[in-house]
Design a protein around this ligand. Structure first.
Ligand code: AP5
Length: 214
């Protein structure tokens, strides 16, 4: 099962991905998390990605696709994958669909989390993430008072690209380059729209219903 959690920055993709990956029985592959691990590790790839991420732009497609193609070849991905933050351009979508087609496979679900830009700006200003495991919290919803991750005890911080100016740049990039991907997948009949502007548990239930067809 190949599924995609799709939506603008701050839509709740990372928040919903853990439960959905468990439900589908496939690994969660988030390209943003992979780039942040490279940044933290000081790798050459991380150095190249940094300028794009800091400016709220897409990392060039060749860097993204090499990572994704290598990940898809790993044994735990043979039965499927839940993508989060990929594909986010028409070219990335074409590369994925071509790669799958050569293996007789298709994308089963594109779960599209929908919400307004102003909700996103508020959400991302209050987001805090665990430096160790990447778990995501919000200061108004569920951030632990002691500043330590509920899952692993790691330190909780604000992401560098969650400053308002960078968030607005990410939104522009989303509308210009990523939103058209939805029309590409709509033509394949696999888009499942979900209202993302509801409490976390309600969104989780709506996603479950969308992928089970009820
Ligand atoms: P990436 O890490 O993918 O960032 P993003 O898509 O901008 O998504 P976010 O992680 O910001 O948001 P999310 O939807 O996961 O929301 P979350 O669940 O955390 O990419 C970062 C950068 O890497 C990109 O800008 C680009 O430069 C590069 N990159 C990555 N992939 C790439 C690719 N394929 N190609 C090229 N470049 C790429 O939730 C947000 C907040 O809201 C949290 O605080 C959360 O607690 C809260 N929240 C969640 N759900 C709810 C709810 N229902 N109600 C209230 N609050 C909620």
């Amino acid at each position: 099962m190949i599924a995609v959690l799709f939506g603008p920055p701050g839509a709740g993709k990372g928040t919903q991905a853990v439960a959905l990956a468990e439900l589908l029985g496939v690994p969660h592959v988030a390209t943003g998390d992979i780039f942040r691990r490279h940044l933290k590790g000081g790798t050459a790839l991380g150095q190249r990605a940094r300028a794009y991420m800091d400016a709220g732009q897409l990392v060039p497609v060749e860097l993204v696709w090499d990572l994704v193609a290598a990940r898809l070849e790993e044994p735990d991905c043979l039965a499927g994958v839940l993508f989060d933050g990929f594909p986010r351009s028409i070219r990335q979508a074409e590369l994925l669909v071509e790669w799958l087609g050569q293996r007789g496979r298709t994308v089963a679900h594109v779960i599209s989390l929908e919400l307004a830009d102003e909700v996103i700006v508020r959400r991302l200003a209050g987001r805090r993430v665990c430096l160790t495991c990447g778990a995501s919290y919000h200061v108004d919803v569920n951030a632990p008072a002691d500043g330590r991750c509920l899952a692993c005890g790691g330190e909780i911080v604000q992401r560098e690209d969650d400053r308002e100016d960078v968030v607005r740049a990410r939104l522009l990039t989303y509308h210009r380059e990523t939103a058209p991907v939805l029309a590409y997948f709509s033509a394949l009949g696999v888009v499942r729209p979900v209202d993302g502007d509801r409490p976390i548990q309600e969104v989780t239930l709506a996603i479950r219903a969308a992928v089970s067809g009820s």
